[in-house]
Design a protein around this ligand. Structure first.
Ligand code: FES
Length: 149
């Protein structure tokens, strides 16, 4: 566990959080290299299945981040995402996912420091939680059962 380095998958809006991550990089702000960014046009595009697939494929935590309320380039995509997240978070326990492994945030293109701090914070939290092997094992077992039918 001491050597555990979490894999964090981040679904980020191209207009705000991705630009904020870019700002953090070009400003040479330091943050853990545990995050893989997946750029989407808007957080409204993020389906709950994206998050489940990320966990199936090795993520120990998932971050969803986009424009602040009122700043979405598609008017209300981030508000739809927030509503979807409220429902989805209630389903996480049902499928065996600790909701502490999914983080939702708003980060603008000007908030490079906030991006770096969030990645640092999420990485520390997931290091403490440990690897998320239990969900991968459970979904692999479910896949084997459905293949056997
Ligand atoms: Fe950024 Fe919609 S365009 S969340």
């Amino acid at each position: 566990m001491a050597d555990f380095e979490p894999n964090i998958t981040a679904f980020v809006c191209t207009w705000c959080t991705y630009a904020g991550a870019d700002l953090a990089g070009t400003s040479r702000m330091k943050y853990p290299a545990n995050v893989r960014l997946i750029r989407v046009p808007c957080t409204g595009r993020i389906d709950a299945l994206f998050i489940l697939k990320a966990f199936e494929n090795g993520a120990d935590a998932v971050l969803v981040s986009g424009c602040h309320p009122g700043d979405c380039h598609y008017t209300s995509g981030n508000l739809h995402a927030r509503r979807r997240w409220t429902v989805f978070s209630e389903l996480l326990d049902f499928v065996g996912i600790d909701s502490g492994r999914v983080t939702f945030s708003w980060i603008s293109a000007a908030e490079g420091r906030k991006f770096a701090d969030l990645i640092t914070e999420v990485t520390a939290k997931v290091r403490a939680l440990g690897p998320f092997d239990s969900y991968r094992k459970m979904s692999a077992a479910a896949g084997e059962q459905s293949n056997a039918r």
